[in-house]
Ligand binder design. Sequence first.
Ligand SMILES: *Cc1c(COP(=O)(O)O)cnc(C)c1O
Length: 305
Amino acid sequence: MNKNNLLSQLTITTSSAESIIQPNWGAKYGITLAVKRDDLLHPVISGNKWRKLKHALTPAIAAKTQHIISFGGGFSNHLHALGYCCHQLNIQFTAIIRGDYSHNPSPMLQDLICWKTNILYVDRKTYQQRGEPDYLKRLLQLYPDALIIPEGGSQQQALQGVEEIIQELQVQYDYILAPVASGGTLAGLIKGATQNVKHHSCQILGIGVLKGEGYLEQLVRDLLVEDDNNKNWQINHNYHFGGYAKSNHELKEFCDDFYQQTEIKIEPVYSGKLFFALRDLINNGYFPQNSRILALHTGGLQGAR
Ligand SMILES: *Cc1c(COP(=O)(O)O)cnc(C)c1O
């Protein structure tokens, strides 16, 4: 079997459904709430990570790439998705991990080990150089045949895959909400809505999952390049719960309650903060009466094991 067939095998479904949900806090102000179930795209690969990797892996396979390098934390959904793809595609994968988990690998890292990933643990200072040209040049001297994919998979090619989310929509929405960490998902949604007349007037609202006021907006703008005067988006910074992967009892309890009410699993790092924010914003009257709101469930449940 050639590698292109393998790539199509990775995708169990290419699009996800939009389902209406009715949690007990959703009925206020006649608001319609829908969830786009990208968490169901694939049993292993996290939803938005597949969207972002798809159009990076296709040319890599065509170019017969033998080795891919990327970066992330010890629970990274991106490294998990990419590690699985590389294993399936028979591509050597090197994961550069922030911090030393060698004595205590997370479930994510245990999977990478099973998938024969070359794992390099680096200290925070080294990890901070992950985007610097000099550091990347040195990496390529060590691994001359490797393709480097940035942290979170957020790069130009990522946007195209995320834009497909907008093209799939069955219904027009007034708002689309998504969690924001490295910005690729939000940038793709913004671009997709701007370029699609049907979804032109839709507002894209990002929920920052880390302390990143200003910084997250810049990441998104950098990815949008020529489209950076779009006015159809903003990022809310009130729901990071103290920082990336930080949470509290209230948030964890909210995740459990949400599952009880909707049978949709969420976790406290990304989707928990998204839906918590959504509930709070609805209760505070942020959305006009009768708004139609779509929340993008980006997956990420492997990180909560
Ligand atoms: C990575 C991730 C995000 C954040 O997406 P970015 O494109 O990095 O902003 C959101 N949700 C989940 C589940 C993720 O794994």
